[in-house]
Design a protein around this ligand. Structure first.
Ligand code: SF4
Length: 117
């Protein structure tokens, strides 16, 4: 099998082609550096995404506070993580960097506030 990707590891956006089969990645071409190779292999074997959204706040200045994952989350778990985040309401005050959900769904990523309430 063959898949064409655009590397998002830097603004250059190299066009990368990955050949793979059921045993794994066979070749990576088109990347300009090793980061592109790693990105392409990860996209085939275990694609991840950073997650940014908001969480409801009780008693704050604003009704929600922006949050993000402090490390990428497996793409296959993004929907379940969003459901978990949407089910949470935090009490004000919320501090910048406060951990809202530690180790969300066992991914190893914490959901942290990126602003205060
Ligand atoms: S392969 Fe390297 S140079 Fe090309 S976009 Fe990815 S990180 Fe940037």
């Amino acid at each position: 099998m063959k898949r064409d990707l655009t590397c998002v590891a830097c603004p250059l956006g190299c066009a990368i082609t990955v050949e793979y089969d059921e045993t794994g990645v066979l070749s990576v071409t088109g990347n300009t550096c090793k980061r592109g190779d790693a990105y392409a292999r990860s996209e085939i074997v275990n694609p991840t995404r950073s997650l940014a959204t908001s969480v409801k706040v009780n008693g704050g200045i604003y009704p929600v506070v922006p949050v993000k994952s402090n490390k990428p989350i497996p793409k296959s778990m993004i929907f379940d993580c969003m459901k978990a985040i949407n089910s949470v309401t935090v009490e004000a005050p919320v501090k910048l960097g406060q951990v809202i959900i530690p180790n969300i769904l066992g991914t190893g990523a914490d959901i942290v506030a990126t602003n205060h309430d």
